[in-house]
Write a protein that binds this ligand. Structure first.
Ligand code: FAD
Ligand code: PYC
Length: 387
């Protein structure tokens, strides 16, 4: 680590690494350091269930996640690193009239905006998911939202692909170095204080997930982030049994089958503020119970391992992007339960915002001042995860 950079990015997760890559690749800003307190991509990026989709409700979200979804299609070629993007189709099930209404609203919004995602009847959903029980205790299946190019990508490959490509362009990636505070002088950001000493910076980007709140506070900025645990677990490997990504709605599981055969399964957050690195057993038990009631044949499966991430939730379940307040301090945080799919686009527009010193058009709806102006982008329902 050198003592001075044009840009210091705090957090070596997907968002920090993608921002560094696009700064170097698209804007020629190569004097960049990514400073990570743990190991590369070891935070939520390493722990997520890797679902990629763009069927959100509000226009700013569809613009952001739609761009990102498109960028995933070309990411392996862009990074020359196999990201295993698999747009195998994604289905979101409705078991109540409320869920059906909510998904139908999203489908209508998607159709108007040009996002390819639409409602299908229960009979078609059942033909896509032959292992779904009938009847299920959840109630009658009423219909589903279908996104034909929704899918999954490999989480580690996305982090490592961006890291390798950024490093080849000259970006310094520093692991095992805790950033303790943001340094400012007279309202201008001048650098960061780290466990290995101070580092001067022309601009600082906070992409440190829940850690962003304390760092912003050190520069006098309050971020409305709440940290909670979100768990996932994987089964023993199986022959191919599930060829789409399934989201089963509120308080129920979401799952896909990995290339190596395991079912990758997640559910609701712990539902209360938490920094627990392992997540709560209750959330896992609830998810497993619901999984078995929906897909009875999975009751015979053994689970191999479970883990959790500390997700950074905002009140409207949309990210916080753009200027933080002090001059040359920028944010890419609040990604909560859904930021993996946004990594390519958010990296690009955060890099643009940092270079130009003003929010990119796609960043504007997600700036911090929306929490004081009331201009929220409420994606609670479309987040597909019960909070
Ligand atoms: P992270 O990957 O957490 O990176 C932030 C980094 O900052 C960490 O590596 C951390 O160590 C570092 N850091 C923190 N504080 C400091 C500091 N003071 N100094 C230096 N470094 C610091 N999203 C989807 O789109 N689809 C999904 O299917 C999905 N499933 C999920 C399932 C689970 C179980 C979890 C936990 C999350 C899921 N998500 C999903 C959400 C997604 O993982 C996150 O939104 C995304 O990874 C956020 O990326 P990030 O780079 O902001 O954060
Ligand atoms: O954002 O689509 C998502 C998601 C699904 C499971 C966890 N996050």
């Amino acid at each position: 680590m050198r003592r001075s950079y044009d840009v210091v990015i705090v957090g070596g997760g997907g968002h920090g690494l993608a921002t560094a890559y696009y700064l170097a690749k698209r804007f020629g800003v190569r004097d960049v350091a990514v400073i990570e307190k743990g190991w590369l991509g070891g935070g939520n990026t390493a722990r997520n269930t890797t679902i990629v989709r763009s069927n959100y409700l509000h226009q700013p979200s569809m613009a952001l996640y739609g761009l990102s979804h498109g960028m995933f299609e070309g990411l392996t070629a862009e990074l020359n690193f196999n990201t295993w993007f698999s747009p195998r189709g994604l289905i979101e099930l409705a078991f109540s009239q409320d869920e059906l209404d909510s998904l139908s609203r999203t489908a209508d919004a998607n159709a108007q905006f040009g996002i390819k995602s639409w409602m299908i009847p229960a009979s078609e959903a059942r033909s896509i998911l032959p292992l779904l029980g009938d009847p299920v205790p959840e109630g009658r299946l009423l219909g589903a939202l279908w996104q034909p190019r929704g899918g999954v990508a490999n989480h580690n490959a996305v982090a490592w692909g961006y890291a390798r490509a950024a490093a080849r362009l000259g970006v310094d990636i520093i692991e095992n170095c805790d950033v303790e505070s943001v340094l400012t002088v007279n309202g201008r950001t001048t650098g960061v204080r780290t466990a290995q000493g101070d580092v001067a910076a022309g601009a600082v980007v906070l992409a440190a997930a829940a850690g962003s709140a304390g760092l912003a506070q050190s520069a006098g900025v309050h971020l409305p982030l709440e940290a909670t645990s979100l768990s996932a677990f994987v089964s023993e490997p199986l022959k191919p049994v599930l060829d789409v990504v399934v989201l089963c709605g509120a308080k129920r599981p979401y799952l896909s089958q990995a290339n190596t055969g395991e079912l990758v399964i997640g559910g609701a957050t712990d539902g209360h503020p938490s920094l627990s690195p392992g997540g709560s057993l209750r959330a896992v038990e609830d998810t497993a119970a619901s999984l078995i009631s929906l897909f009875p044949s999975f009751a015979a499966l053994r689970m191999m391992r479970q883990w959790a991430g500390t997700v950074d939730l905002t009140p409207d379940r949309s990210p916080i992007l753009g200027p933080a307040g002090p001059d040359r301090l920028y944010l890419s945080c609040g990604w909560g339960t859904g930021g993996f799919k946004a990594i390519p686009a958010a990296g690009l527009i955060t890099a643009s915002t940092t270079v130009h010193g003003k929010p990119h058009a796609l960043v504007q709806p997600f700036t911090l001042d929306r929490f004081t102006s009331g201009r929220l982008v409420d994606e609670t329902a479309a987040s597909a995860v019960a909070h």
